[in-house]
Design a protein around this ligand. Structure first.
Ligand SMILES: [Fe+2]
Ligand SMILES: [Fe+2]
Length: 302
C-alpha cells in the first residue's frame, strides 16, 4: 500500500470529495453508445474480410482513434491504481466504482465505431489490445497530490485529445461519439481538479511537490501500446495532441486555475518548487521547437 503517511491529507479533504461526487452525479447525464454507432454500415467480416481500401476516414484520424481506444482499453490498470492507493471503504471507493463504470463505455463505444465502419484492421486492433493490457500501466505515484495532479492533467488531456480526434475524422458519427466521450472526460477532469484544489488549500507546500512531479514529466499512459512513439508522432502532427496543445490547453490553464504563482506562506523548499513549476511552460515550448526541428510542424487546432 502506497503513501500511508499522507493519508491525513486524503482524510482532510473527504468532505470536499463527498461534495464533488454529489456534484458530479448531479451534473453528468448518462448517454448510450448504441444511439451513436452507425450500425447500418456494419457487414460480416466472415463474408467480407477487412481491407484497408474499405476505410472511410483519413489515416491520421484512424491512428488517433486507435491510440485513444488502446489507452481506454487499459482501464483495469487505472482502476487498480485508485483501488491500491486510496483508503478502503470510503467515498474514494465509491468514486472509483462510478468513474470506472463511466470510463468503461468509452472503449466499447470507440471499438464499436471502428469495427462497424471498418476504419481499423480488426486483427491488428485485437492483437494490440492484448499486448497493451498484458503490459498494463503502473506509474508509481509517490503521494496523493501526485496522483491527483496526474488525474487532473490526464483527464483534461484526454478531453482535448478525444475531441480533436473526432474533429479530424470528417465523419458525423465519429464526431458525435467523440464529443460525448470528451464531455465525460471533462466531468472527470472537474472532479479531479476539485480534489487537488481542496488538497492545495489544506497543505500547499506538500501539494506543490506532487504537481511538479507530474507536470515536469507528463506522459499519457500509453507506453505499453505497440508503436506508441510512432503513433504519438502522427497524432502530434495531426494536432490531436502535441506539446503545443499540452502547453496551451493543459499545463498553462491548470497553473493559472490553481494560481500557483501567487501562493504564499510556503516553506523554502516549496517556494523553490513553485518557481520550477512556473518555468515549465517555457520548457515545454522549447521541447516543442526541438520536436518540430526533428519531425516537422505540429498542427495546432483552433
Ligand atoms: Fe475515457
Ligand atoms: Fe475520464
Amino acid at each position: 500500500m502506497a503513501f500511508n503517511e499522507e493519508y491525513e491529507l486524503l482524510e482532510a479533504v473527504e468532505a470536499d470529495v463527498e461534495q464533488l461526487v454529489a456534484d458530479h452525479e448531479e451534473r453528468r447525464r448518462h448517454w448510450y453508445f448504441h444511439d451513436l454507432i452507425p450500425w447500418e454500415r456494419g457487414r460480416s467480416f466472415k463474408d467480407e474480410p477487412w481491407e484497408e481500401s474499405q476505410c472511410t476516414i483519413n489515416e491520421r484520424a484512424r491512428t488517433s482513434l486507435v491510440l485513444n481506444l488502446l489507452t481506454e482499453d487499459n482501464l483495469p490498470s487505472y482502476h487498480l491504481i485508485l483501488e491500491k492507493y486510496l483508503p478502503e471503504k470510503s467515498v474514494w471507493k465509491r468514486w472509483n466504482g462510478l468513474w470506472t463504470a463511466e470510463e468503461g463505455q468509452h472503449a466499447i463505444a470507440i471499438r464499436s465505431y471502428l469495427l462497424t465502419s471498418r476504419n481499423c484492421d480488426p486483427v491488428e486492433l485485437e492483437d494490440d489490445r492484448m499486448a497493451t493490457m498484458k503490459v498494463g500501466w503502473e506509474p508509481g505515484f509517490e503521494s496523493p497530490a501526485e496522483l491527483f495532479a496526474y488525474t487532473s492533467a490526464q483527464e483534461l488531456a484526454t478531453r482535448v485529445s478525444h475531441r480533436n480526434a473526432g474533429r479530424i475524422t470528417d465523419d458525423e458519427s465519429a464526431f458525435e461519439l467523440m464529443r460525448n466521450i470528451s464531455a465525460d472526460e471533462n466531468h472527470h477532469f472537474v472532479f479531479y481538479r476539485g480534489v487537488l484544489t481542496a488538497m492545495l488549500k489544506e497543505s500547499p507546500s506538500t501539494v506543490l511537490e506532487g504537481i511538479y512531479a507530474t507536470f515536469s514529466n507528463f506522459q499519457m499512459p500509453g507506453v505499453g501500446i505497440p508503436g506508441f512513439l510512432r503513433r504519438s508522432v502522427e497524432i502530434a502532427k495531426a494536432g490531436v495532441y502535441n506539446l503545443r496543445v499540452h502547453h496551451d490547453r493543459v499545463l498553462v490553464p491548470l497553473i493559472d486555475y490553481w494560481k500557483i504563482g501567487d501562493l504564499t506562506g510556503l516553506t523554502t523548499a516549496a517556494a523553490e518548487i513553485q518557481d520550477k513549476i512556473m518555468q515549465l511552460p517555457g520548457k515545454v515550448i522549447a521541447q516543442a521547437e526541438r520536436f518540430e526541428k526533428r519531425f516537422g510542424p505540429m498542427a495546432v487546432p483552433t
